[in-house]
Design a protein around this ligand. Structure first.
Ligand code: SAM
Ligand code: SF4
Length: 355
């Protein structure tokens, strides 16, 4: 169905026959190499961040519909074989799923897997960091939006700031590097803290990334930031930081696998990153697919289009059929989203998509 050839040219691709492969990875219809898979291992979470889900939580996927670990491992084997060899585990909160350390161990053993990472809210990281590192997790991103205990409670509606800080310390003590902090900036909620958070990068092993809040409907409730009023542009955050702490120097060669742009404060060891899905979208360099906890492949975070990989898997599909399904998702990747125009057609909650 596809040809594996050292070819770098693409045009509009109407079907899988026309997908273009380099020796190492598939390219989509817009000449983007697709090499990164984010896997939501659960839709359950121990927090209720105001920009992510309503206080009462979201309707949960029935257990039998959630991908089993052996199914995830098989999917990752196929994905890595296709060149999607950078894997991030996310959620929901990945550390609330029982046995996730064993999953990490299984995945880490897959030949040719280039990168295995996790995004976590950090609450349980103190408990699991050592075992995760032993199982083969090399690095972790920790979500943290504030350095103030009462505000942490307001944003997450539960949980303790100290647990996250302890989780970060434990990850570093276990040898994970880098540990990046993800800070979603919301106007009126934590935008007055961006300078304090950026200042942390003057200390060893602090790397922070500021993320524009995406107006996704599922958060709901009075704290909903769907209207877009909550968005603080990366440019505005950068101006605040530079006014207080001096010019940010671009960091060459530090791109990670994702869309962040990285800078450094004068004299700082750590980096300050900006992820601006709303004001300066990075669709032109989008290199990823997402897999939901119930086995749907999403070509784009900000589209409702999903391909049911679980049915192929549970319907007895062989690896070739799984590959075909991946190719369909790659072909279906749209050129871009229209969030900046206030248009987003996302009905899945962020906790199912995995961020
Ligand atoms: N529970 C884990 C955590 O919070 O790190 C992993 C899942 S969470 C959905 C993944 C990332 O998405 C987090 O960094 C979170 O801050 C971010 N996120 C959630 N809702 C968001 C939104 N509306 N806009 C921007 N980022 C969001
Ligand atoms: Fe849970 Fe992460 Fe969503 Fe917060 S952002 S509610 S920690 S899934």
């Amino acid at each position: 169905m596809y040809t594996k050839a050292p070819c770098w040219q693409t045009s509009n691709l109407p079907d899988a026959d026309m997908i273009v492969w380099s020796v190492f990875m598939p390219y989509d219809a817009y000449e983007r190499p697709i090499q990164y898979l984010r896997i939501s291992v659960t839709d359950r979470c121990n927090l209720r961040c105001v920009y992510c889900m309503p206080e009462e939580g979201i309707p949960l996927i029935p257990h039998q519909d959630i991908l089993r670990y052996e199914e995830i491992v098989r999917i990752v084997r196929v994905a890595v074989g296709m060149g999607l060899d950078r894997i991030r585990l996310t959620g929901g909160e990945p550390l609330v799923r029982k046995g996730v350390v064993d999953l990490v161990g299984e995945l880490a053993r897959i030949p040719n897997l280039k990168d295995l990472s996790m995004t976590t809210n950090g609450i349980l990281l103190g408990r699991y960091a050592e075992r995760l590192a032993q199982a083969g997790l090399r690095r972790v991103n920790v979500s943290l939006d504030t350095l103030q205990e009462d505000r942490f409670r307001r944003i997450t509606r539960r949980g303790r700031l100290e647990d996250v800080l302890e989780g970060r310390r434990a990850a570093l003590a276990a040898g994970m590097r880098p540990v990046k902090i993800n800070t979603v900036v919301v106007r009126g909620l934590n935008d007055d803290e961006v300078v304090d958070i950026a200042r942390l990068t003057l200390e060893p092993d602090w790397h922070v990334r500021f993320i524009e809040v995406m107006p996704l409907g599922a958060a709901g409730g009075e704290e909903s930031h769907w209207s877009g009023n909550g968005v603080v542009s990366a440019a505005e955050v950068r101006t605040h930081i530079e006014t207080a702490l001096g010019p940010l120097e671009p960091v060459r060669g530090e791109t990670g696998s994702g869309p962040a742009r990285y800078y450094r404060l004068p004299g700082a060891a750590g980096t300050v990153g900006f992820i601006s899905p709303v004001t300066e979208h990075f669709c032109h360099s989008c290199n990823r697919l997402r897999l939901t906890a119930d086995g749907r492949l999403l070509p784009c975070l900000l589209s409702n289009f999903a391909i049911d990989l679980r049915s192929v898997l549970r319907g007895g599909g062989d690896d070739e059929q799984l590959r075909e399904t991946f190719l369909q998702a790659i072909i279906a990747k749209p050129r871009g989203h229209h969030l900046a125009d206030g248009v987003a057609s996302v009905y899945l909650p962020m906790s199912q998509i995995g961020g």
